[in-house]
Write a protein that binds this ligand. Structure first.
Ligand code: NIG
Ligand code: FE
Length: 414
């Protein structure tokens, strides 16, 4: 058995004996151990505690041990919402936006989701795999230890299946856990602009049976938004997905509140993601449900939209998580450290709340809470080792500074 002892940890963060999805005041509670050790066996957290208990609790010290004096150790971030498989970046649209063009004008120039779909359908599976693999390695270096990835830039039977097969290969090749989400209902492709029912039929009758047969997805998603999919259309698509064994994780209330929250809760969604535009009634519905609200502040930041009402959601007892929404259109960054900083700076979340929302609650938002999200015996040793820092609050406070010294995945430094 390969054993490794990490000793003299300045603070071991998010130490939990039991799993619990955190809501309300509990989100601000951060259990830590000062001057701590962690024992790792075969890539799994085998024990932890305060240094003064080490000799008693670990009588036979392993030969391999590392002294991390001054450093904090945290569970890695769980990024529960990404579109990390894409063919090309879209900085030309970014420039158009800076020059004052509207969303509609950019769309008329061939921009937006359809632009990405066009590029993706021209790319090979290997090209898509290689570029996404590189992006994932880069995000692991930034502390991400699990990721959800969506399709949704295919928008044809062939394109959607190609994306999902790429995600399946990424699951097999990457050292972090990956969950796959089918987002055929991202937007209506041009061929079905006047025939919405035709595209919905294609999703249900042509895409879903193959996806289920080849086990290409864990979840089903839909962009419920004015000009995209209505709440009723989402219900039809998601109910079909549920019939094929996929749980819903949904894009809701980014730009408008059109009944998506109510439908998502009726569909027993694992999570509702975005939530820039929430009515009081939406907040109340979410707070009385088991559905997790996943906030994507870097999308609001990049699109210069009002941020998600994190304080109202937390104070109303909603269970919330944080994610990057990494995609070439609205959030071209997979940096969870910046997501956490922005959550504190712009949404007034406390550092403890943001870190819990990006670890244990985010693990719940991708059903990985038994493997990741906290320092717990039996969970994976996917850990962030900070540089020497004065406090936990220093992480979001010093936004833009790279405070990460090393990242460990499955007990090995990455
Ligand atoms: O989550 N809102 C829908 N989809 C993406 C953006 C897609 C794009 O612009 O390529 C999002 O923000
Ligand atoms: Fe998204």
């Amino acid at each position: 058995m390969a054993s490794l002892l990490i000793k003299n940890i300045k603070q071991l963060v998010n130490v939990r004996v039991q799993n619990e999805l955190l809501r309300g005041a509990a989100l601000a509670e951060m259990p830590v151990i000062e001057d701590a050790y962690v024992l790792i066996e075969d890539g799994i957290i085998a024990d932890y505690g305060a240094m003064y208990e080490l000799e008693l609790k670990v009588p036979h010290l392993p030969k391999d041990n590392i002294d991390v004096h001054g450093q904090f150790v945290l569970p890695t971030w769980c990024d529960s919402h990404t579109h990390i498989v894409f063919a090309k970046t879209r900085e030309e649209e970014f420039i158009y936006k800076l020059q004052g063009l509207s969303y509609a004008e950019i769309a008329a120039k061939g921009g937006g989701i359809l632009n990405s779909a066009n590029k993706l359908n021209q790319a090979t599976e290997d090209e898509l795999f290689n570029s996404a693999y590189k992006r994932i390695q880069d995000t692991i270096k930034l502390g991400t230890g699990a990721m959800e990835i969506k399709s949704g830039y295919g928008l044809t039977v062939e394109g959607e299946l190609k994306m999902l097969r790429v995600i399946k290969r990424l699951k097999e090749k990457c050292s972090i856990p990956i969950k796959a989400t089918f987002l055929g209902a991202h937007t209506y492709p041009i061929a079905f602009k006047e025939n919405h029912q035709g595209y919905i039929d294609s999703i249900i009758n042509e895409m879903l049976p193959v996806i289920a047969n080849e086990k290409l997805a864990d979840y089903i998603d839909c962009f419920c938004e004015t000009g995209f999919f209505s709440a009723a259309e989402m219900e039809t698509i998601v109910n079909a997905g549920i019939g094929f064994g996929l749980k819903p994780k949904l894009h809701i209330n980014q730009l408008n509140s059109i009944g998506g929250i109510e439908s998502a809760i009726k569909l027993n969604a694992l999570s509702v993601d975005h939530l820039e535009t929430m009515t009081d009634a939406d907040v109340k519905l979410l707070s009385n449900s088991n559905t997790i609200g996943t906030l994507l502040p870097t999308a609001a930041f990049f699109l210069r939209m009002p941020f998600q009402p994190a304080r109202q959601l937390i104070d109303s007892n909603c269970a919330i998580a944080l994610a990057t929404d990494f995609n070439p259109g609205s959030s071209p960054s997979g940096n969870m450290n910046f997501v956490i900083a922005l959550s504190c700076i712009q949404m007034k979340m406390l550092p403890e709340e943001a870190i819990n929302a990006a670890t244990i609650n985010a693990a719940y938002a991708m059903e990985l809470q038994n493997e990741l999200g906290s320092i717990t015996i039996g969970k994976k040793a996917n850990l962030i080792f900070t540089k020497p820092i004065p406090s936990l609050a220093y992480l979001p406070y010093s936004f833009g500074e790279n405070c990460i010294d090393k990242v460990m995945i499955n007990g090995e430094f990455f």
